[in-house]
Design a binder for this molecule. Structure first.
Ligand code: UDP
Length: 244
């Protein structure tokens, strides 16, 4: 965990007290200095998973910055009386970093999503970020992990965006982050959104904190996963009662 910022512990996961702008400024600095950094954007599902899986929990604690990706984390922090400033989502951070990479002609490696999605994504990146250098890309359904890592090593990217979903992406980053002096970030389903395959909730839904509902309506199969939220809130209230 970075010593530059303070941290808030939520049910065992340490969150960085940071705004979107602060994180972006910090990552720009880190990138200019060629620092090796690991960014986690965590939601309630991730917090719950980390409570079940010690290895994953210890990996999360090696991240340099762990942001609150989801209104559940912001609400939980508030209920516990240790508020976090705002939501810092993987998708928004990805967009900001792509803009920066484009301005600075940085090298970016894209790893993850289905083959058709990553190809579409690469077309869009070429169109929308013409000065960014695509160091390499690969879909997220690979068998030969070693060859991918070799490719990352050889192309020495400044940014490695890993869209394998949690917990896979964090396990991958933890294992291989030394292969390039880069900013490494797990971005979940962001490639699908950026490639135009799934839609992000319109602003109205985002502003009213019901982005999760929009996502559920788009992908009803996520219902099971969303049951994590009430379970998480229950644990938050329990923690509050026990520590007050
Ligand atoms: N994915 C992948 N390889 C895998 C499993 C998943 O590349 O072995 C991709 C999947 O295609 C999708 C992303 O990882 O693009 C996971 O998206 P999801 O919305 O589940 O992630 P979340 O943001 O909820 O963690």
């Amino acid at each position: 965990m970075s010593q530059l910022f303070s941290h808030i512990n939520i049910l065992g996961t340490n969150f960085t007290k940071i705004t979107n702008q602060e994180l972006l400024n910090q990552l720009k600095k880190d990138s200019m200095l060629h620092e090796n950094r690991f960014v986690v954007t965590a939601n309630p599902e991730i917090v719950l998973f980390a409570r079940q899986n010690k290895k994953y929990a210890s990996i999360l604690n090696t991240a340099d910055y762990t942001t609150a990706d989801g209104i559940g984390i912001i609400k939980g922090a508030k209920i516990l009386g240790r508020p976090l400033p705002e939501r810092v989502t993987g998708y928004d951070t990805l967009l900001s970093l792509l803009k920066f990479a484009n301005e600075q002609k940085k090298r970016v490696f894209f790893l993850g999503a289905k083959p058709s999605v990553i190809n579409k994504l690469i077309d869009r990146i070429k169109q929308n970020y013409p000065n960014l250098i695509i160091a390499g890309h690969h879909d997220g359904y690979f068998k030969d992990e070693a060859s991918i890592v070799q490719k990352i090593k050889q192309t020495s990217p400044d940014f490695v965006f890993v869209a394998l979903g949690f917990p896979k992406q964090e396990f991958f980053i933890n294992q291989y982050r030394q292969s390039s002096q880069a900013i490494w970030m797990g971005v979940g389903g962001s490639f699908d959104v950026l490639a135009g395959i799934t839609k992000r909730a319109p602003l109205f839904w985002q502003k009213h904190h019901i982005e999760w509902l929009y996502r559920l309506l788009q992908e009803p199969s996520r219902f099971g996963r969303m049951l994590a939220l009430p379970k998480y809130l229950l644990l938050i209230f329990r923690a509050k009662i026990m520590h007050n």
